[in-house]
Write a protein that binds this ligand. Structure first.
Ligand SMILES: CC(C)(COP(=O)(O)OP(=O)(O)OC[C@H]1O[C@@H](n2cnc3c(N)ncnc32)[C@H](O)[C@@H]1OP(=O)(O)O)[C@@H](O)C(=O)NCCC(=O)NCCS
Length: 127
């Protein structure tokens, strides 16, 4: 797991320069996608009161557009959440398209959430 943690932090740093993977106690959950024991994707999320909040999802460059991100979201749905909620930068067109394709809708804007860039709140209601 310590090795995985290093790989996760490396992948996470493609998302935020100062990526920090805090402690992973409840309600945190972390799922990884592996190829030959190497982490090629991960999703970090909270499960609170039957709802999931996605903190981060990253697939390594070179492994994108192969359905891995979708599989990670599908794994989260196995926790049977009532809904899945997340924030995404207004400028992250690829991620927005990815979430729309996976059944999320835009439900709000958080002004300046990403260092001056607006965040879009997206939600998928499941049950
Ligand atoms: C967003 C991300 C996790 C998607 O993972 P992925 O494994 O590439 O996604 P999938 O292969 O499951 O893609 C599913 C759908 O998303 C959309 N999509 C994914 N990548 C896309 C791209 N580069 N351009 C346009 N649409 C894209 C497509 O609709 C795709 O369906 P299709 O392949 O039938 O066209 C990945 O691009 C990534 O790690 N990005 C950098 C980190 C990031 O921005 N994370 C989100 C932070 S909120």
């Amino acid at each position: 797991m310590e090795e995985d943690k290093e790989e996760i932090i490396q992948l996470g740093s493609t998302l935020h320069e100062d990526y920090f993977l805090g402690n992973l106690d409840e309600p945190n959950h972390l799922l990884v996608a592996l190829e030959n024991n190497k982490v090629i994707g991960f999703i970090h999320f909270f499960v609170v009161a039957g709802c999931v909040d996605v903190i981060d999802i990253v697939v390594a460059e070179g492994y994108r557009k192969q359905g891995i991100g979708t599989s990670l979201l599908e794994e989260v749905e196995k926790y049977n959440p009532k809904e899945i909620v997340l924030e995404v930068s207004k400028n992250n067109a690829v991620a927005i398209k990815f979430y729309l394709k996976n059944g999320f809708t835009k439900v709000g804007i958080r002004k300046g959430y990403y260092g001056g860039v607006d965040g879009i709140t997206m939600k998928k209601v499941i049950g």
